[in-house]
Design a protein around this ligand. Structure first.
Ligand SMILES: NC(=O)C1=CN([C@@H]2O[C@H](COP(=O)(O)OP(=O)(O)OC[C@H]3O[C@@H](n4cnc5c(N)ncnc54)[C@H](OP(=O)(O)O)[C@@H]3O)[C@@H](O)[C@H]2O)C=CC1
Ligand SMILES: O=C(O)C1=N[C@H](C(=O)O)C[C@H](O)C1
Length: 268
């Protein structure tokens, strides 16, 4: 069993991932998990296991065995500092957190000879759409120059940042020729609007991700619409476990100093 250190408890994604790790046959939770200053020294039950929550600065290197793999679902503010800590401990890490400087994260991992999967969306069906958008952008740069785009995303009210998935799509859209910037993304966080206007079921108001990309081309005579809508968080946790197993295999192959994305994980 490979020990998995979860960071971001008691947050929603860290909890979902911890539960799936606890249910798996080949992975096991470390006896402690990483949290914010606010929850330091609390404990949490995951199935039958009681996890101690600690800030990373309170973890002694001796508490970490050499085969640990880490997962970070914390906050945009904490993610880079956490990543630097994982890399210093020599831990491969899956970073699902969004809203931080990705280029800085890549530099940090490469310079330290670390190993990471960093991706704003771990859901395999969404990763396929992202791959398709990237293919179109790389193959047909400028093909939609002059076309207009609107992007709307809806997430649970407590989400702190604009969708990292939508921001990543903007990069492909810009290459295709849309004059669109991430500041133009419309973020909906109001549960009443989500329920009445977007039809989000009540039980998913606290965990959903709706994305709609609406392009008007050829002087407005052609409309292209792309939507991806996720209810709940299980699909991200499943993708996270795939990323963990991918890193375990890379570590075994003695790979160092590399950052992977979920397309790499899908390719295997
Ligand atoms: N890549 C993907 O597929 C997905 C990515 N995400 C991303 O994951 C992140 C977390 O989302 P979600 O779980 O909904 O958010 P939550 O706000 O529910 O959870 C974040 C948790 O991180 C904790 N935290 C704060 N500082 C630290 C720290 N220094 N170390 C460890 N933990 C810390 C917070 O503690 P406190 O309670 O004190 O604030 C909180 O409990 C977001 O960036 C989100 O966009 C989400 C879903 C899928
Ligand atoms: O916070 C979330 O919930 C999600 N965050 C990711 C993002 O910002 O793109 C992925 C997904 O949209 C869910």
């Amino acid at each position: 069993m490979t020990p998995i250190l979860i960071s971001g408890l008691p947050g929603a994604m860290a909890l979902e991932t911890a539960r799936l790790v606890a249910e798996s046959a080949d992975l096991a939770l470390t006896p402690f998990a990483l949290t914010s200053a606010k929850h330091d020294s609390e404990s949490l039950l995951i199935g039958a296991e009681k996890l101690r929550l600690v800030e990373c600065k309170h973890v002694a290197p001796a508490d970490l065995s050499a085969d640990v793999v880490a997962v970070d679902y914390s906050t945009p503010e904490a993610a880079l500092e956490n990543l630097a800590w994982f890399v210093r401990q020599g831990l491969p890490v899956v970073v699902g957190t969004t809203g931080f400087d990705r280029e800085e994260a890549i530099r940090l991992v490469r310079e330290a000879g670390g190993l990471a999967v960093i991706a704003p969306n771990m859901a395999i069906p969404i990763v396929l759409l992202q791959a398709a958008a990237r293919y179109l952008a790389e193959t047909f740069p400028g093909a939609l120059a002059g076309a207009e785009l609107t992007i709307r995303e809806s997430h649970q009210a407590h989400k702190r940042d604009t969708s990292g998935t939508a921001k990543a799509l903007v990069a492909a859209a810009q290459t295709l020729g849309f004059g669109f910037t991430v500041e133009q993304i419309e973020s909906i966080r109001d549960p009443a609007r989500q329920s009445n206007e977007l039809g989000v079921p009540d039980e998913h108001l606290d965990g959903h991700a709706l994305h709609r990309y609406d392009a008007r081309c050829a002087g407005g005579t052609v409309q292209l619409v792309l939507e991806h809508n996720v209810l709940g968080r299980r699909v991200y946790a499943e993708g996270t476990l795939r990323a963990i197993r991918f890193l375990i295999a890379r570590r075994k192959a003695d790979v160092r100093g590399q950052v992977f994305c979920m397309e790499d994980v899908l390719r295997g």
